[in-house]
Design a protein around this ligand. Sequence first.
Ligand SMILES: [Zn+2]
Length: 429
Amino acid sequence: MGNSFILKGNICHTPRLGSLEIREHACIVCAEGTCRGIFDNISQIPEQYRALEVIDCGDGLVLPGMVDLHIHAPQYAFRGTGMDYELLKWLDRVTFPEEIRYADTGYAARAYEIFSNGLKKGATTRAVIFGTIHVRSTLILMDCMEKSGLISFVGKVNMDRHAPPELTEKSVSEAEADTRLFIEESRKRGYRRTKPIITPRFVPTCTGELMEALGRIRKEYDLPVQSHLSENPGEVELVAELEPEAAFYGDAYDRYGLFGREGNTVMAHGIYSTPEEMQRILDNGVWIAHCPASNMDLASGIAPVRRFLEKGIRVGLGTDVGGGFSDSIFRAVTDTIQVSNLYWRYIDRNAGPLKFAESLYLATKGGGAFFGKVGSFEDGYEFDAVVLDDSSLQSARPLTLGDRLERAVYLELDREGIVMKFAAGERIL
Ligand SMILES: [Zn+2]
């Protein structure tokens, strides 16, 4: 049987928001890429799986693969630089000049090879990714992602206003033709792990006509959608000016069928979502990709994640590279906790800080739901796992497994500490 085995180690996951479940030296059955239960020892494993190959991780920590719900592949090239701006200036001065380079497919091939190798080495097993407006370069990005073994959605970006001429679609009909070409071509390539996603960059760079066209294509091909929402005060003001008919920012997408309801939609940020917008996010089943590093770097603010969760809104985490400087979702987990502490302290004393187990849930099962049954080791979930060896972190005091897990995440052991990684049962590291 392909992708079938028993993995033995210290199994850690968060089957429910806020509840961390840890099983010491236990076994998970992975059958055809799907979890079939956690057992204390091999003798308890159901007969039909007992003869499977055993992968022994020793004293390693086994946790679900991390899900990055929001990352920009072309911005990986300048990560950790150009961080002294707010969103709209940062786009003009740092981001757009870099994205222009992706008209050159040779440059794109080099940059996307580095990007996909970077993600492969980290703890991320699934990602929702922005490319640029260029069809051929974005297909190169898909080739690289497919080769990495990660499972991803990749979008060709669309913009037809408020962008440099090199990044502005010549007309709505050309943008529509390009997006169709991108989808058709990606299907022809027969990827197993890489799928297209409809990607209006954000309302300031997309006219109503363009969004209407994208809404039509979304429906026709039944594809998910990714974009940005209520991120920065200057941006929110600009949207109100550009789209006076829209009741609120998210309504500008919803009018064109690009805000959940029928297909899955993930919107990054939602920092300035009004109560009406939050209600629409909930009603339409839109995911929020919470990207705390980017929100700090671009001085955007702090998203009311506790409020989202109390309301029942679906939330996952994103690195938002290069607004965020690191592609580590471990880092996003700890940033989420830290900004929630500040939100509670400075903004809303009724919105309690997020705990480690809650933030880890967002990074795994929370965002994983965008891909289906992903982000947990419960029966029936796709087997995405990261195995960590934390023996390099020495301590004189005895630590519980919970301590070790928390420490590994806080100290960002998602580089040198990863000894194995699986996505949908396939070993990719
Ligand atoms: Zn973004």
